[in-house]
Design a protein around this ligand. Structure first.
Ligand SMILES: Nc1ncnc2c1ncn2[C@@H]1O[C@H](COP(=O)(O)OP(=O)(O)OP(=O)(O)O)[C@@H](O)[C@H]1O
Ligand SMILES: [Mg+2]
Length: 371
């Protein structure tokens, strides 16, 4: 446990370096699959390994980290599968990752590592949460299957570190399939952030770029203080933005209004709002892009985001880490309810972790890490 926690906190803090080297697909696949072959035989499960012949012979990435992700995915697949089997496929991919992904959409070639199983599956509403640290699909998981819920959190961070991402499809009772997309040649992590972001940045309220010639909805950017509850509204329709802003103010919140995705990302960094309400159709980029950038930034990804849109594609938002999803235009009542929900969700919740560890030194370091 301690090494997993250490690993996760190191990756999240950006202190892990990537050792990119050339790796032969065949060697990689042999190495990660071998330990599971015995398990498959012992438990009478099928275990298929497929290597796409149209792929070249090798890729360039961090071998140790890639193996770590694949082992995590394979060990989950075996753990949660009673009958049927598990499959590892390595194929050339030309789609499947998030639209506008900053690395994958620029990569000349993308490899998909897919681990599928015929196991218990994961309910839709749990598909997002299981990628968070210490989260399992339900309370009975650790009793029945053991584990602490760190494998996927680490895997997700590693995928980002290697310039890729993990997608999940699952049907309860039928099975799951986790796909890791990586560029064929490592070219940097998904977000190249400066390392010294631990300190809260100043709030340069005046340096924000305001696009000219757009009517702006007045907001509270010049009067926000520490401790204020702040809702950031990302909306290019000024009429609608004004309605939401007024409702939020009636509920005692301060508001920030961004009219473009670029402005929203900039303001999120500078002001760290308590919650965000995000429209899908923005002049400069899709709300989905804003959402994934927010979720890829360790400083911002805890902020609950409510997608506010005419678009009915609910699953799309939830899979990308949106907290909630409402369709517009809605009644003023529904809207205040929605604002309440997202603000309520952002309140600090007590999370408890029982640490069972007999070594006092390790106990202490776990406490310090998690605190
Ligand atoms: N292939 C799968 N089939 C069904 N459920 C899965 C699968 N993979 C993950 N899950 C669900 O996601 C949860 C989180 O997975 P994760 O790997 O992070 O933790 P864990 O396996 O429970 O513990 P750890 O990996 O720390 O030993 C699991 O507890 C399980 O509920
Ligand atoms: Mg696991």
């Amino acid at each position: 446990l301690i090494s997993d926690i250490l690993d996760l906190s190191k990756i999240e803090s950006g202190t892990v370096s990537v050792d990119a080297e050339e790796i032969y697909f065949q060697n990689l696949v042999d190495r990660v699959a071998r330990p599971f072959q015995h398990e498959a035989e012992n438990r009478s499960l099928d275990f298929g390994v497929v290597l796409d012949p149209t792929l070249g012979r090798s890729l360039v990435t961090d071998s140790k980290r890639l193996q770590q992700v694949l082992k995590n995915l394979l060990s989950n697949a075996f753990k949660f599968t009673e009958n049927g089997g598990v499959r590892l496929e390595v194929v050339a991919a030309d789609s499947g990752w998030s639209q506008g992904h900053p690395v994958l959409s620029q990569a000349p070639m993308v490899v998909a590592f897919r681990v599928s199983d015929t196991g218990i599956g994961i309910p839709l509403e749990k598909q997002r949460i299981i990628f968070e640290a210490f989260q399992q699909a339900d309370a009975s998981t650790s009793r029945r299957y053991g584990g602490t819920g760190l494998g996927l959190a680490i895997s997700r961070e590693l995928a980002t570190l290697l310039g890729g991402e993990i997608h999940l499809r699952s049907v309860p009772g039928e099975g799951s399939s986790f796909t890791l997309y990586l560029p064929l040649a490592y070219s940097g992590a998904v977000t190249a952030r400066p390392q010294n972001q631990m300190a809260r940045p100043e709030r340069p309220g005046i340096q924000l770029q305001r696009p000219p010639a757009v009517e702006r909805v007045p907001d509270d950017r010049d009067t926000i203080e520490d401790g204020d509850d702040v809702l950031m509204i990302v909306e290019d329709d000024t009429h609608y933005a004004r309605i939401v802003a007024n409702l939020a103010k009636e509920q005692g919140l301060k508001v920030l209004v961004a009219h473009t995705g670029g402005e929203a990302l900039e303001m999120a960094k500078n002001f760290r709002p308590t919650a965000i309400s995000l429209d899908v159709f923005l002049p400069d980029m899709l709300g989905w892009t804003v959402l994934s950038r927010l979720k890829q930034d360790p400083q911002l990804r805890h902020i609950p985001v409510q997608m506010l849109t005419l678009d009915e594609d609910r699953q799309h938002g939830l899979a990308r880490g949106a907290f909630d999803f409402i369709s517009k235009p809605t009644e003023a009542n529904d809207l205040s309810g929605a604002i309440n929900r997202v603000m309520e969700y952002s309140k600090p919740r007590k999370r408890r972790l029982l640490v069972v560890e007999d070594d006092p030194a390790e106990r202490l370091s776990i406490r310090e890490l998690i605190h």
